[in-house]
Design a protein around this ligand. Structure first.
Ligand code: CU
Length: 127
């Protein structure tokens, strides 16, 4: 009885460990919440490239790809946006930022000290 009980506990532990492992994998592989039009932003030392386009008011997801060798992030400021910023993005990492753009001028930049001034800055006009 004791052995059987022990085996069952071990199996349960294994099952839990497997579930945790799977959950961990699922979290890493989970698709980003992409809504609206996707705009790709490529960050590097020290540039911020965004495809020129006709930006109309609406919902956008900025896909921010860090192709540099340092940590970067992206903040967007402009009409109707209070606090839109990605987490820090490691080299070769990608982050997604969904915002609603209204008519007006928006600034996109990296917040890491000195990066904006070094060139990680862009503006888009929504009209
Ligand atoms: Cu940066």
């Amino acid at each position: 009885m004791a052995i059987r009980h022990g085996a069952r506990s071990a199996a349960l532990v294994l099952l839990l460990a497997t579930s945790t492992l799977l959950a961990g994998c699922a979290t890493e592989a989970v698709s980003p919440t992409v809504q609206g039009t996707v705009i790709v932003v490529v960050e590097d030392e020290f540039s911020l490239d965004i495809a020129p386009a006709r930006y109309r008011p609406g919902l956008y997801t900025f896909e921010v790809r860090n192709q540099g060798g340092s940590i970067h992030n992206l903040r967007i400021t402009g009409p109707g946006i209070d606090d839109a910023v990605t987490a820090n993005i490691a080299p070769d990492g990608t982050a997604w930022l969904t915002v609603t753009l209204q008519e007006g001028e928006y600034e996109l930049f990296c917040e890491t000290a000195g990066h904006r001034e070094a060139g990680m800055y862009a503006t888009i006009t929504v009209y």
